[in-house]
Design a binder for this molecule. Structure first.
Ligand SMILES: [Fe+2]
Ligand SMILES: [Fe+2]
Length: 328
């Protein structure tokens, strides 16, 4: 099938360009994404040796992390809604749901192999989690769309990545800071699994960032409005956890997460990775993008994208959220 790229500013043209670009992102994701299976994680054999070293706070936080990951079926439902009839987005989410499903499994093995909780306790906890439903609408106040789903996911993936990295370091310290013969840190048992989870989340963050940049390029006003919709009131995943109180106490007392850290470590870098310096800049860009003429596209970087034809009207988005026309 031949794609003609000569009218990226019409509704059909924009959509074609977006679908083609997302299909390419999916190809890269599928070809280069992390490949591992929870049951076959090598760290499972090490769990017994390290189980007694884990603190109660870490145990509580990891249980909460498991709880959040166990809501994957609700996220999968959101993915179906947010994919619409786009095969490229649907493929991407299918791979993502597969990746995420093994996260809760990996944590489940951590608890069972370390004998931190019994099968019965884990079953009961999981069942209690399943009594609640997470929805995108409840989380963000907006209906799920492909562009909102991608923009929201950048921040959430980044937050989970940071959480797993921080927890990996914490658990490593509780294990007594193990190092190899050359003094390099080694991450056995749960510390190793957390590193694997963090790598997955970082990979997801990059995939959704690429997708959002595609929308930003070909459909700036829609993409920027979606970003503002989901970042304006961004917060921790809104799921009901059976150990909510103990989880929150542990999170706060260990300093693993805080509202301030969310702004500094999650939201600000997310805005910056999309070319905007601050929350105010996102708001301004969302507002000003409505005044861009029909046919406007956003030039990413210093050179005009070869996919953008002569007939499109390229603009540069500045870090403060204003737009400047790019003269040919
Ligand atoms: Fe995850
Ligand atoms: Fe993820």
């Amino acid at each position: 099938m031949a794609y003609t790229m000569n009218t990226p500013w019409t509704l059909a043209g924009r959509n074609l360009a977006i679908q083609k670009a997302i299909a390419e992102i999916y190809e890269q994701y599928f070809a280069g994404g992390p490949r591992w299976i929870a049951k076959h994680l090598p760290q499972r054999k090490q769990m017994g040796d390290y189980a007694s070293k884990l603190s109660d706070e870490s145990k509580e936080i990891l249980l909460g992390d498991y709880g959040i990951e166990s809501f994957i079926e609700d996220y999968a439902l959101m993915a179906i809604q947010a994919s619409g009839d786009s095969r490229a987005i649907s493929q991407t989410y299918t791979q993502w749901v597969f990746d995420e499903t093994r996260h809760s499994k990996a944590l489940w093995y951590c608890f069972i192999d370390s004998a931190l909780y019994s099968h019965r306790e884990m079953d009961e906890y999981t069942y209690q989690c399943s009594q609640h439903v997470w929805t995108f609408e409840l989380q963000t106040g907006h209906e799920a769309t492909p562009e909102r789903g991608a923009a929201y996911a950048i921040a959430q993936e980044r937050q989970t990545k940071k959480n797993y990295r921080d927890m990996q370091r914490r658990v490593w310290q509780e294990y007594g800071c193990p190092r190899d013969a050359t003094q390099r840190p080694v991450y056995p048992a749960i510390a190793g699994v957390l590193g694997t989870l963090a790598t997955d989340e970082g990979y997801h963050e990059a995939v959704f960032r690429k997708i959002t940049r595609v929308y930003l390029k070909f459909w700036p006003d829609k993409a920027l409005q979606a970003m503002w919709d989901v970042y304006e009131k961004y917060r921790m995943p809104m799921v009901k956890l059976p150990n909510a109180e103990a989880f929150l106490d542990a999170v706060l007392s260990t300093g693993i997460d805080s509202p301030r850290a969310v702004v500094k470590d999650i939201l600000k870098p997310t805005y910056e990775s999309l070319g905007l310096e601050s929350r105010a800049a996102v708001k301004r860009a969302a507002r000003e993008s409505w005044d861009l003429p029909e046919g406007a596209v956003i030039q990413v970087g210093d050179t005009l994208d070869p996919d953008i034809t002569e007939d499109a009207i390229p603009y540069r988005m500045n870090a403060d959220g204003t737009f400047t026309p790019v003269s040919a």
